[in-house]
Design a protein around this ligand. Sequence first.
Ligand code: NDP
Length: 247
Amino acid sequence: MIEAAFRHHDLDWRYLSIEVAPADLAAAVEGARAMGFRGFNCTIPHKVAVLPHLDSIAESARQIGAVNTVVRREAEVIGENTDGKGFIESLRTVADPAGKRVVILGAGGAARAIAVELVRAGAAHLTVVSRRRRDLPVEADFQLWEGDYAVPPETDVLVNATPIGLYPDVDARVPVDVRTLPAVVADVIPNPPHTRLLRDASAVGSTTLDGLGMLVAQGRIGFELWTGVVPDERVMREALERAFRGG
Ligand code: NDP
């Protein structure tokens, strides 16, 4: 996705996938600094562990407690979190988060990032539904997830922030009562984009948002932070779709 945008915008840059063992994380960050990298993404298991190795952390990333995008500004390496921001951008294509009542399924990293950015965007109320109680960085009602979850009728947006439905478990069902799905249903799963939950939601008339949109939006934000160029999201989305099709 990022390399496709580099090519499209005639940027002679590279985006490399590099596996780093947990014990080598500090050396890897120093290496990136020494080699003049303009930034990098980090994923599990480094999203939290990377924090002490950075010079500063953006406010929302600090609140989320995790970094997925690192940006170099002069001599400083700065931690950002674009996951929740990508979600909000994607949501804004169908609804303004301000004043909305949102239910988030799951309480892990994606849920935390989405919850923080929803509050920053002015959401009126959050409910987090999870199999076990976990600390959250924002004020939210907590519901224990047992059996099929019935979404409260006043809910505007439901977000699946669990890995249920992610390839290859594409037939896995999110335990939720489909008759209670609200006006907007969003899924964080990027692959496949048309998850079983979103198909069910479309069938009952909800507007749906796929996780591919969120993934592209968070990538776009990182791209802009690194290069200063606003990339063409269509090019990025097409590249991801090709990659997920195995093409
Ligand atoms: P975590 O492991 O941090 O959290 C997963 C959450 O889902 C936990 O609350 C976990 O509950 C819950 N969960 C997992 N399986 C089940 C289940 N069978 N029933 C009920 N709850 C379940 O993962 P992340 O938050 O980092 O990632 C979640 C998903 O989000 C991944 O599939 C990832 O691909 C996607 N993602 C998408 C992004 C995008 O841009 N589209 C960006 C970031 C993530 P428990 O604590 O009880 O195990």
